[in-house]
Design a binder for this molecule. Sequence first.
Ligand SMILES: [Zn+2]
Length: 194
Amino acid sequence: MYRILPLLGDAGLGILSIVFVSHWYSVSNMYAFLLLPLAFAPDLDAIVELRRRGKVAASAENPSDHRELLHKPILWMLVTGAWWYFGGFYGAVAFVLVTMHFVHDSVLTGWGVPWLAPFSKVRMKFFASEANQESLARKDWIRTWKPKDLHKAIVAHGNENWIRDLYLRPTTVSIVEYGVFALSLIALLWHLLA
Ligand SMILES: [Zn+2]
């Protein structure tokens, strides 16, 4: 069951996004929360790997990362941006939800996001060392991997048990992600009571 722990970060950011846009638009109904699944939507393709291997991990054992098919930020942002332009509030919620998913995928866990897909497959990640550890060193602020470099890096540094190693003990990842989730519950309570 601990394998669902990485979803807490997306859930937390999703809830914060909805509360934020609701206040921005002064909307107090709860229907916007029906859009929360959009916070996870780009990861839907991971279900294929989950069913095949019982886990989702890029490593020497499985040197491929699922963030290909649906991790195309420009397309998601164009579609939800159009929804925002023509539809207002709910489109704004959708836009912020999907954008925050990709921002979240660009730090801490995983192998970055191909921000320019479908035009480029280069992965981008922020604050990550060559071994894909979080790092604030100037040279690590923006890390990029071309497809063949990504494959090599995954073989060299991918961790088959990343969820156990990062989420079941105090790490930067667990502290930040659980913190965001806890903050989102406080914001949700405040939103419900305000
Ligand atoms: Zn993702």
